[in-house]
Design a protein around this ligand. Structure first.
Ligand SMILES: *Cc1c(COP(=O)(O)O)cnc(C)c1O
Length: 372
């Protein structure tokens, strides 16, 4: 086993847990038809709408048992009308996944897809919106975890506002870690998960949506399990349509308390930014380049790097794993050229310093080091 007890998960979720959140899994058994579960669920739903000030009151949080993809799919399926049309704005795996969902649900959509290394294509968005009045919703990803790019939602929102189109946002890897200006950007719903920036355990995810949305339209859901309208109706009465992952909800409650005590999303954003900067500076000193040419395009949460010449991902992965660090490669065609480092979870400056020392060691003992 590792020389260090703590496994540092530098992959983008699930994250390294704090002791507090892990201990919450050991709370007493609870049936979800008991009033204690209703109180737990009400508290968690309320806290989720208060992570960002402006969602308190006008927005409702709907909890789901399932991973982040379940929340994104529930949002897409429940709100995009069967006779409506979605404009999907993608530049990575997760944007394209939203298009795949619409395809499965047999709902009409247009896909505006940029290269994964590029920013979202606002010129094409503008053209689509001006030419196609049947578009009802714009769907996009806030933090595209494929590369670590924080998409320019303010700029997208400005275009959408001109045409009066609301945005459904995949905020799975940004919720509680980056600014989300729900009102100014006209984000009518955002989907996220317990086990990325919120530092909970896998198993539950959620959608934060404008309450008025549920009144304005009927459920568009083609699926039973992912129908947010049905889930909201029951959750408003303290119930739940299906068996929830009770222990994951316990852990999410503790994670939300911890977030609050630590100063909320803004403090977490600063913490992430500091850790990511340490990693970027440290790797730059080893001549390891970022994958995106503009470092300002990155989120505070994750950075993608080019594998140095002479070092394979497997070698790097094994070297890091031996001392307790887990990293991810790039996805799809980026697999052989990139690796990614996320800083979510119970990670701190000393962890990053140790990570940099490990990179040093690995480069010194491989052919990559010899080439530098
Ligand atoms: C992680 C992630 C998802 C999917 O979450 P799962 O929990 O793996 O289902 C969706 N979108 C983004 C942007 C993500 O980072």
């Amino acid at each position: 086993m590792d020389k260090n007890d703590k496994l540092c998960l530098l992959n983008p979720g699930p994250v390294t847990l704090t002791g507090r959140v892990r201990d919450a899994l050991r709370r007493r058994d609870l049936c979800h038809r008991e009033p204690e579960y209703a109180a737990l669920q009400n508290d968690v739903r309320d806290r989720l709408t208060r992570v960002y000030d402006e969602t308190a009151g006008d927005y409702a949080a709907v909890l789901l048992t399932g991973s982040g993809t379940a929340a994104v799919e529930a949002m897409v399926d429940s709100f995009v009308p069967r006779d409506g049309k979605a404009l999907v704005v993608a530049n990575g795996v997760y944007g394209q996944r939203m298009a795949t969902m619409l395809e499965r649900h047999a709902k009409p959509f247009t896909l505006v897809c940029a290269e994964w290394m590029d920013a979202i294509d606002l010129t094409s968005v503008q053209r689509c919106l001006s030419l196609d009045a049947s578009i009802t919703h714009v769907l996009t990803v806030h933090h595209e975890t494929t590369t670590g790019r924080l998409n320019d939602i303010p700029a997208l929102a400005a275009v959408c506002r001109r045409y009066g189109k609301p945005i459904l946002l995949d905020a799975v890897s940004s919720f509680a870690g980056e600014a989300i200006d729900f009102r100014a950007w006209n984000i009518v719903a955002a989907a996220a998960t317990a086990n990325k920036c919120l530092h909970g355990v896998p198993g539950v995810s959620f959608v934060v949506a404008q309450r008025s949305l549920f009144a304005q339209q009927e459920s568009a859901a083609t699926t039973l399990y992912l129908d947010l309208f049905q889930a909201l109706e029951q959750q408003e009465q303290g119930g739940t349509p299906f068996t929830p992952a009770v222990q994951s909800v316990y852990a999410l409650q503790e994670a939300l308390r911890e977030l609050d005590a630590a100063g909320g999303w803004l403090a977490r954003n600063e913490h992430y930014r500091n850790l990511s900067q340490l990693v970027r500076n440290g790797l730059a000193a080893l001549d390891i380049e970022t994958l995106l040419s503009d470092p300002a395009a990155y989120s505070s949460i994750l950075t993608s790097f080019r594998l140095p010449r002479g070092l394979s991902f497997d070698e790097l992965f094994r070297g890091l794993r031996e001392v307790g660090f887990v990293i991810y490669a790039g996805q799809k065609h980026l697999e052989d050229i990139a690796f990614r480092i996320a800083v979510m979870g119970d990670l701190h400056e000393p962890d990053m310093h140790r990570l940099m020392r490990t990179f040093d060691d690995i480069l010194a003992t491989t052919s990559a080091g010899a080439l530098l």
